[in-house]
Design a protein around this ligand. Structure first.
Ligand code: HAM
Length: 420
């Protein structure tokens, strides 16, 4: 029997991992420019952390979580997202006591048992940010701006920003009554799935991708027209701030998001270069979540974005970026030269140089081919004569130039070129 990775999971091989590293580095840089600090939370948590925050009746909690009992009988869930964990950590470590506004970012895997397809995996990777401690609409604008700044930094073409307001505990209950009444009237026109949702999670009917549902619900009332004065003013301010920052956005009254913790602002960043799974990022405000999870009432806002979807988009329009090769390949001919090479490779590596040697007992010719394959900047050939003279020929693979000089000179050259 041979093993294969589990459906919906994938290996990120070296041919790709270097691109991930570069993208991750740039994401971190942008996060830090906006003064967000990294938080790393565990991959698993108590199941109720997620069901309480994301909502028992959401698809995510009711159908998609990887939940199991550990050996002590406790119900554990692999994190399907990071917001709940970040808020848990915020409360647990009293982060709000140290700083009035806590700005955190993260990168890492998340798990959802969805039907795998292009851009949808069961283990996927998210990066995201959370700012906890302010209800100011300026912060909504900053959070949205942060998500877009990352795509801008990476050269993603024309990300489309969609925004909406999903109201709060004051206006949403009344709106839900109005919505359910309107949906009941057109129940028979809805898809079977949406008819089921009517009794469970009626808001999600609004963002159904089925044409039948879209047609049927085209006239139903939307939350944005039923906001309380506070939510309406907040929504207006967010739009004004975004415009002042020069962002274009589309107001989408049907943008409801799949998680229950949102209040007021909800947003998504869409790419037309993606297929059915076109959301690069999603987020919003969650002013009730900290209290819901046992902390003092504290407003917050955040977003998360899919790495795989970002990499798909970048793959479509990335410049001819290349992985860096090793700096130097030291080719050897016998035991003595190999001993020398191993010793000096370690010395060079300690000084920050990337070095490769032969471990397969290959001929000089085959070692040269390998150096080429590794895209080594320099090749050094060491044999008996070189060891005796303490001089060797350094070949610059980029320019083709060859120079015979002392070992000291060679090391100096290689160290300085790997620092450049
Ligand atoms: P979400 O919309 O569920 O929000 O996920 C955010 C992003 O993660 C999506 O836009 C998508 O790019 C990516 N994603 C989600 N599921 C998958 C999957 N199965 N395969 C590949 N990529 C996926 C959240 O997770 C919230 N925690 C966002 C947030 C942060 N709200 C406030 N703070």
């Amino acid at each position: 029997m041979t093993y294969r990775s589990i459906k919906g999971t994938r290996d990120i091989l070296p041919s790709e991992s270097w691109k991930w590293q570069r993208v991750e580095e740039r994401i971190r840089k942008v996060m830090e420019r906006f003064n967000y600090k990294e938080i790393r939370t565990p991959l698993f948590e108590q199941t109720s952390l997620f069901s309480r925050s994301i909502g028992e009746l959401t698809d995510l909690v009711s159908k998609e979580m990887y939940t199991f009992e550990d050996r002590s009988g406790e119900s554990i869930t692999l994190r399907p997202e990071m917001t709940a964990s970040v808020v848990r950590a915020y409360i647990q470590h009293n982060l709000g006591k140290q700083l009035p506004l806590v700005k955190l970012y993260y990168l890492g895997p998340a798990f959802r048992q969805e039907r795998p397809q292009a851009g949808r995996l069961r283990q996927f990777h998210q990066f995201g940010a959370e700012a906890i401690g302010s209800a100011n609409p300026d912060l909504d604008a900053e959070m949205i701006s942060l998500s877009l700044a990352i795509y801008e930094e990476l050269g993603v073409k024309e990300p489309l920003l969609k925004i909406n307001s999903v109201g709060c505990q004051n206006c949403r209950p009344a709106y839900m009554k109005v919505l359910i009444k309107a949906l009941e009237k057109i129940r028979h026109e809805l898809s079977p799935e949406s008819q089921h949702r009517l009794g469970v999670n009626p808001l999600r009917i609004l963002d159904s991708k089925l044409e039948q549902d879209q047609r049927a619900t085209s006239g139903v009332p939307l939350m944005r027209d039923h906001l309380c004065p506070d939510c309406a003013a907040h929504y207006k301010s967010v739009k004004e701030r975004l415009s002042a920052l020069g962002y274009k956005f589309e107001e989408d009254g049907r943008l409801v998001r799949g998680l229950d913790y949102y209040t007021k602002t909800a947003f998504e960043v869409i790419s037309r270069q993606l297929g059915a799974q076109d959301a690069l990022a999603g987020g919003g405000r969650y002013d009730l979540l900290v209290k819901e999870l046992g902390g003092e009432a504290t407003p917050g806002i955040g977003f998360a974005a899919g790495m795989e979807r970002l990499m798909m988009v970048l793959g479509k329009n990335s410049p001819s970026d290349q992985e860096e090769g090793t700096t130097i390949f030291i080719a050897t001919v016998d035991r003595k030269s190999q001993d020398w090479a191993m010793k000096h490779a370690l010395e060079l590596r300690r000084q920050g140089v990337s070095v490769e040697l032969d471990y397969l007992g290959r001929s000089l010719k085959a070692q040269m081919r390998e150096a080429d394959r590794q895209r080594a900047r320099y090749v050094l050939i060491i044999g008996e004569n070189e060891l005796e003279a303490r001089r060797a020929t350094l070949k610059d693979m980029k320019s083709g130039a060859q120079e015979t000089t002392t070992f000291e000179e060679i090391f100096k050259r290689v160290v300085s070129s790997s620092k450049a």
